[in-house]
Design a protein around this ligand. Sequence first.
Ligand code: GLY
Length: 549
Amino acid sequence: MNFCWKIILALLIFSSCSKDPKSNNAVVVTRHHLATDIGAEILKNGGNAIDSAVAVAFALAVVNPSAGNLGGGGFMLYYDADDEKTFALDYRERAPQNATEKMFLNKEGDVIEGLSLNSYLASGVPGTVKGMFKAHNLFGSIPIENLIAPAIKIAKDGFTLSNFQATNFNKYKKKFLNGSDSESIFIKEGGFKEGDIFIQADLAKSLELIQSRGQKVFYEGKLADKIVEDFSQNGGLISSEDLLNYKVYLKDPICGIYKEYDVCSMPLPSSGGIAIIQMLNIIENFDLKNYSHNSLEYIELLIKIMSFAYADRSKYLGDQEFFDAPVENLISKKYAEKISKKIKSSEELKVEPGIYFYEGDQTTHFSIIDYEGNVVSNTYTLNTAYGSGIVAKGTGILMNNEMDDFSIKPGTPNVYGLIGSEANKIESKKSPLSSMSPTIVFKDSKPFLITGSQGGSMIINTVFQEILNTIEFNMELSESNEKSRIHYQWKPSVLFHEGLNKSLIDELSKNMKLMERKIGETQSISLENGKYQGWSDYRRPDGKKIELH
Ligand code: GLY
């Protein structure tokens, strides 16, 4: 960040807080260097982890429009160091009131291709703006106007596109050709190039409105009116009532014990926390000293564990307000022992040949720890990259396509190949089931690993492997990051991997189809030699960590 930026930010933040740092150092890790700079500057100027997170979330909506958002939703895990308590903030999208179970099916009962992904019907009621205000209201310390200001400045003045970002806009050109404002914002004649300055004037105005009038303007004011007008003119369902009635929920996280660690993650409507704790409980029944990392035996064990957890996800999980999911059983040690016995006796789940799997750039995670030891682990999304690709008229705000995370026809796979059941069918005001897994692992009651990932259904397995790499194989984050990840989700019966060696591929191919692809993208912080260190996944060229001492 250049000198001029630093001065501007320091002035914008203007808090008099100059707390003496306690014993901790502070770290910010996000997928975009400008968002990381902003988050770190907030901490340096006395803001806490929540202040930094709110500023990062608004900034990512500008500099990382494929997943950073105002028109989507997500989950935040917050650990309050004073109270030694962890909170889970659910600001996931909800189905509009008029949503119906069969809204994406034709008369014959078949799925209408693309409708749940690229249309005005694809959007759930967005939660990010209310979510950030709620987090700030509960735990923030710097006036929120000052936390939105850096995002406004970048939207107004523009930022320099990296080669990665310019290419990414061009790659999704077809998605933006939808008759909405996205055509004029995200498509450039001749294509975008590295070094272009990308300005978002409408988005800057929307952010200014939010800055001056608060979250209300998005849910019952001028921005709400614009969104509703555009949606009603184009066959969408989101109504004034939907926006007005949108609620953020503060929940208890879902926590489990793995050896000497406490692991907390996101409860329903995320399947992530349940599946991660279930998998850790199962693997606890195997002596990992006998397995070397990414050996054939280790990978085969992971595949079996993953298939049981993903099968349960498909069968039992959905928004808890609408379906009584057997959560206690799924995360119990007893249930894990039962599954372990099945694995040991080589009992396998029935699997079916695969359909293809979406290759996306969706969702983004960031991790923050402040000088006081407060932690934010936040994952938020528009669902697939750039959501529905539709920008609500006159707002500059990209809208999500989160409705595709419902099982739009129970038994039929969604964009990630995930099969859902009745538990996750579409219902009015319900949240679609998510895989987003913002996670905090504690050792001796102190945050030890703060992590999360992008990657749709791959998120859960990515976080699972990050935890195992650091805890079981004593890897530093950088080493863990270099290791090939695998992903197996029961259906389709395909092992996704990031480049295993030939003998492993030959051996594993005897039993299943293998496909090589990128898996997940973590933005993690861990405690190493008494200091917190960050790591931004090398799979994402624009990411950055800042460690403050
Ligand atoms: N839309 C991706 C997820 O919520 O898991």
